[in-house]
Design a binder for this molecule. Structure first.
Ligand code: UDP
Length: 413
């Protein structure tokens, strides 16, 4: 494992997003944790929702006086092939789990747990990738509180994967999930329900006027689409569960109905997601003849900001989705989102209020809602405004900080 450095954050910078009660709760919880050492462990420092959250949560926890470190596991590519298969199995894929996969997973998680040199009072293991470290950590540090933060939706899990993951849960003191249904699927009535959150002050989320003017990627002019024409955007890893081909199909139907809409699919290639290149290739081949479809990879954060603001409508066409930070990021920018009615998306989108919810297999409905929004400036503006309020009320970082500190305090005491 190796430690990850994060850029400093100050809680005082979040004043406008903090009511006095939350501020004093955060201070109280942080004081109660004084002298305790906390570690977070995941598999990538860059790309995907977990890294996004830790880049915000870790330095903000430090700013309020909590002694917190973040580690990324060291693992060969073969491990990520296995953990992506486990991830897919938990989301409902039925590829058989082999003895060799189990062995690779056990070996690499054991090696990482053995390599941890420092002592911590609480260790938060993120997602199935690092969960396998729990038994060795419990042996080596019997006094440490172990938490497992499951960011994915296991409600349709293939049984062998669910059983495999559950076989590591014994040493875990508390599991944290994003939705009550996920706790039920894990048969864990004691699991804490915590919704993820976005950081309103990052280059990804703050008003473009507030990002440095010379920052590369910070202006719509730097992108290949035409900012004067309608634009639909999906920001997501190139992953079958994000259904990029379904997005293309919905876009085509909107075009067939007479719109000159353009489509941007933006996706990074995180180190721990080996499927990305293959799916990107498939989508690129499918759209090669269409000059109004743009596949953009590895954009800087400010580029995601530009896209989510330039989009007239965003789409989140996931077939499974633990939460989808991208939905909150986009609603925050007053851009309405057409999202599927799966996992964490309906926690954020209220149908007809700040966007639309559609069935994941209903391309027709997806196209219909996109077309409806594209055709009506007033509707987009109304839904966009409410979207920002949704996020302001429920999905901003200070709330997440408070909930984590509370769980850590409960876990340690
Ligand atoms: N993201 C990004 N660049 C991309 C695609 C995604 O920075 O090209 C970010 C996105 O803005 C969000 C995170 O990666 O912050 C994805 O989190 P989400 O919860 O939506 O999905 P996950 O990848 O964790 O399944």
């Amino acid at each position: 494992m190796h430690p990850v450095e994060t850029a400093a954050r100050r809680l005082s910078a979040y004043d406008q997003y903090l009511d006095p009660q939350r501020r004093s709760e955060i201070r109280e919880r942080a004081d109660a944790l004084a002298g305790e050492r906390i570690a977070h462990v995941n598999t990538t420092a860059d790309g995907g929702g977990v890294a996004e959250i830790l880049h915000a949560l870790v330095p903000l926890s430090a700013d309020v006086g909590v002694d917190v470190d973040w580690y990324v596991m060291d693992a060969p590519d073969g491990f990520y092939e296995v953990t992506k298969t486990i991830h897919n199995g938990l989301q409902g894929d039925h590829t058989p789990i082999t003895g060799e996969m189990r062995e690779t997973y056990r070996r690499v998680t054991r090696e990482n747990a053995t390599a941890l040199e420092e002592r911590y009072d609480a260790i938060v293991l993120h997602d199935p990738q690092s969960l396998g470290m729990a038994p060795v950590l419990a042996d080596r540090f019997p006094d440490a509180t172990l938490l497992w933060r499951c960011h994915i939706d296991p409600t349709n899990a293939a049984q062998p994967y669910l059983e495999f993951v559950e076989s590591f849960l014994d040493p875990i003191d508390r599991t944290i999930v994003s939705h009550p249904a996920y706790a039920e699927a894990l048969d864990d009535a004691d699991a804490a329900i915590v919704h993820p959150a976005i950081d309103p002050l990052t280059e990804k989320n703050r008003p473009l006027e507030e990002v440095p003017a010379d920052l590369e990627g910070g202006s719509p002019d730097e992108y290949p689409f035409d900012d004067d024409r309608p634009l639909v955007v999906q920001v997501s890893r190139f992953d079958p569960w994000k259904d990029p081909l379904g997005v293309v199909e919905a876009y085509r139907r909107v075009r067939e109905a007479g719109s000159d809409v353009q489509l941007v699919l933006a996706g990074g290639m995180p180190d721990d997601d080996p499927e990305g290149i293959e799916i990107h290739r498939e989508v690129a081949a499918e759209t090669a003849d269409d000059d109004d479809v743009y596949l953009l990879t590895d954009l800087p954060d400010v580029g995601i900001n530009v896209l989510q603001r330039c989009a007239d409508v965003a789409v989140q066409k996931s077939l499974r989705e633990g939460f989808a930070l991208t939905v909150s990021e986009t609603l925050w920018k007053e851009t309405p989102v057409v999202g599927t009615n799966v996992g964490g998306i309906p926690l954020q989108i209220e149908d007809g209020e700040n966007g639309y919810l559609v069935d994941p297999d209903d391309i027709g409905a997806t196209a219909d809602r996109l077309a409806r929004l594209l055709a009506d400036d007033g509707l987009r503006a109304r839904l966009g405004k409410r979207g920002r309020e949704t996020v302001r009320d429920r999905f901003l970082l200070p709330r997440l900080l408070e909930e984590y500190l509370t769980l850590l305090e409960e876990g340690i005491s």
